[in-house]
Design a protein around this ligand. Structure first.
Ligand code: ZN
Length: 310
């Protein structure tokens, strides 16, 4: 593989959801990436002989300095996303907890111990400190669980979802298309969220989301290359300038769902609101059961990957 091809392949794997700013090659230690990608997902059933994760995690004796380091790095770790400086990893705490199979607070020894166990499995030094290498390793794992192709669905595979299921019910009919399997999975997931009374979703008599309820409604689904190009031309300004050239929305299996805050705004303060909402927390815990995987950088962006191709 030529260097250019290799770099394109990496970009294809890492290509983002709504914005196109993957980390560069130099930011990803390929060896780390390969090791961590081969780890089973956090929710995979443990082998019958394996000790429960929490017990195994307790076997790690983590230097108490690690706890203080994590508290600092959660807010201050410098890293880059597509050439843009980022600060800290606190926005990804829920996803990190899921990855390392713990619900412990980041300021605890147990969190550091669970992290050390994950680091060891990923071939990293089991320091219990969530440093840059560890974060990039986790990002590689998250990115490996996303839609790889950018192939348009056959028109027969696209359905038009009702306007009432969209965050903006006036959205044009051609922008309400969703790949059929992804739509069915979304509806199953939505029914489960509605049944979970702790979310308090407002519903109609038919148990659909009420007009007044915006949460978990679809913001954006299938987008054609032509539409994406138009969006890019219309929004040359900061933030939107990075709209993906090669979006997973082309497949009709990527859904932007309303989780709170400003619907699709990546600034940290907005994402900080979004990752604290009950529906986002619910999605992190439950979406995978329905075949939906997160895009770590955009709390609203979820990608459907049929169970059989995982
Ligand atoms: Zn998206």
């Amino acid at each position: 593989m030529t260097k250019r091809k290799a770099s394109l392949a990496l970009v294809a794997v890492l290509a983002s959801g709504c914005i196109a700013t993957p980390p560069t090659n130099s930011q990803i230690n390929t060896a780390v990436r390969e090791r961590v990608v081969n780890q089973p997902p956090a929710n995979a059933s443990p082998a019958p002989t394996a000790a429960p994760a929490t017990n195994a995690a307790e076997n790690f004796v983590v230097n108490s300095v690690a706890v203080g380091q994590n508290a600092l790095l959660a807010n201050n770790l410098g890293w880059t996303f597509g050439g843009k400086s980022q600060r800290g990893w606190r926005l990804y705490t829920l996803l990190i907890n899921r990855m390392i199979n713990t619900e412990e607070n980041i300021n605890t020894n147990r969190f550091a111990a669970a992290l050390a166990r994950w680091q060891q499995g990923a071939g990293l030094a089991p320091s219990g400190v969530l440093d840059g290498d560890t974060l990039y390793g986790m990002i590689s794992v998250w990115q490996s669980r996303r839609i790889k192709d950018r192939i348009y669905p056959h028109p027969r595979q696209l359905i038009t979802a009702p306007a009432s299921e969209f965050y903006d019910p006036t959205r044009e009919v051609e922008l309400r298309q969703v790949e059929r399997e992804a739509y069915n999975a979304y509806k199953r997931m939505l029914a489960a969220a509605i049944a979970d009374k702790s979310l308090g979703l407002q519903t109609t008599a038919n148990n659909e989301l009420a007009a007044s309820e915006k949460r978990l409604k679809i913001i954006s689904s299938f987008r054609s290359r032509e539409y994406q190009e138009r969006l890019r031309r219309l929004s040359p300004g900061a933030g939107r300038a990075g709209l993906a050239v090669n979006s997973p929305h082309f497949t009709g299996r990527a859904l932007d769902l309303y989780v709170g805050g400003d619907p699709v705004e990546t600034v940290d303060w907005n994402r900080a609101i979004q990752v604290k909402t009950s529906v986002y927390k619910w999605l992190v815990k439950n979406a995978e059961r329905f075949g939906f995987h997160p895009y770590y950088y955009e709390p609203w962006h979820w990608e459907y990957i049929p169970q059989e191709v995982k």
